[in-house]
Design a protein around this ligand. Structure first.
Ligand code: PSU
Ligand code: MN
Length: 299
């Protein structure tokens, strides 16, 4: 794959130094301006402060980019008409020279091609509620990529139980970062189990290296709960999710519009609390991912 690397990311790759990949759909379609830009910059700073190099991934005017400048982050945060691209859309974006933000699926694909082992995001895509035929392309991509993704579980707007089953069926290892239950995105609990709890980056790194030695092709998902002070109990958001789903139905929102629509409807209906939680978990996941990236290089 033709990838344009920023100087810091190229240097980190040459030095075999720790790198954390970051997605761009959350910037262009997941968070409103100006919080999207502040968070994109903040997340990169956190990764750097732990001693890893941040590599935000996007397609800029048709070029697959790994590692972005402040100006490029700004473009993704502010320009209109930025495509949200999954695996099926990459060739369209590159050949038509589009501006495009990468989902978990596409970021995973590009990070793998670049040789980056760890990726941090907010919540992965999954099986949508009530539309079990709508399954995010994130899931099969993770099943076929020996990468490590740090997240706070599937986004709670999804059918989380069905998504958990999917992860199990297709061999994606779900680790709980200092927790025994898979986190429920805005909530620290989901009632669903993790496969194994890990309490340190070294413990996570040992399991990841174990996977690598076995030559297994699936992702390790490290699920980290939202920091307690930003947690919203599931019972509190459940009604808001039901309202948002009904509104999506009324407006005939479908396909890749669904996730951004529901996330922004929740921000409005929760008076910004889901936004604060989303930002807090993104930052925390970046920190955990950087610690694991560092531990992997020391292992
Ligand atoms: N996590 C967030 N906000 C987001 C997303 C994840 O906190 O906007 C994005 C990710 O890029 C994920 C995508 O891959 O939502 C899933 O979209 P879909 O359900 O259409 O596959
Ligand atoms: Mn979908």
């Amino acid at each position: 794959m033709d990838i344009k690397f920023s100087n810091p990311v190229q240097k980190a790759l040459d030095d075999r130094a720790p790198i954390v990949a970051l997605e761009s759909t959350v910037i262009s379609h997941g968070l409103p301006f100006p919080q999207n830009l502040e968070t994109a910059v903040g997340v990169e700073e956190i990764v750097s402060s732990v001693g890893a190099t941040p590599a935000t991934i996007a397609v800029l005017d048709g070029t697959v980019c790994c590692g972005l400048s402040r100006d490029e982050l700004n473009r993704l945060a502010t320009e209109d008409g930025i495509r949200k691209i999954s695996r099926r859309d990459i060739a369209v974006a590159t050949s038509k020279r589009l501006m495009a933000a990468t989902t978990v699926a596409t970021t995973t694909l590009i990070a793998q091609a670049a040789g980056i082992e760890v990726f941090a995001t907010g919540g992965i895509g999954g099986v949508h509620r009530g539309y079990s035929a709508d399954v995010s392309a994130d899931l099969p991509e993770l099943a076929n990529s020996p990468i490590t993704v740090v997240c706070s579980g599937p986004k709670i707007i999804l059918d989380v139980a069905a998504t958990r089953e999917w992860l199990e069926t297709y061999g994606i290892t779900v680790l709980g970062w200092q927790c025994d239950e898979m986190p429920g995105f805005y909530s620290r609990t989901s009632g669903l189990p993790v496969d194994e709890r890990v309490d340190s980056a070294e413990e996570a790194a040992a399991i990841i290296r174990g996977r690598d030695k076995l030559g297994l092709s699936g992702a390790v998902l490290v699920t980290a709960p939202v920091p307690a002070e930003y947690e919203i109990e599931l019972s509190e958001v459940e009604d808001l999710i039901a309202e948002a789903l009904r509104e999506a139905d009324r407006q005939n929102i479908k396909g890749k519009e669904t996730t951004p629509f529901l996330l922004s409807a929740l921000v409005e209906r929760s008076k910004g609390r889901t936004l604060a939680a989303n930002i807090a978990l993104l930052k925390n996941n970046a920190k955990v991912a950087a610690e694991i990236a560092v531990a992997l290089k020391e292992s």
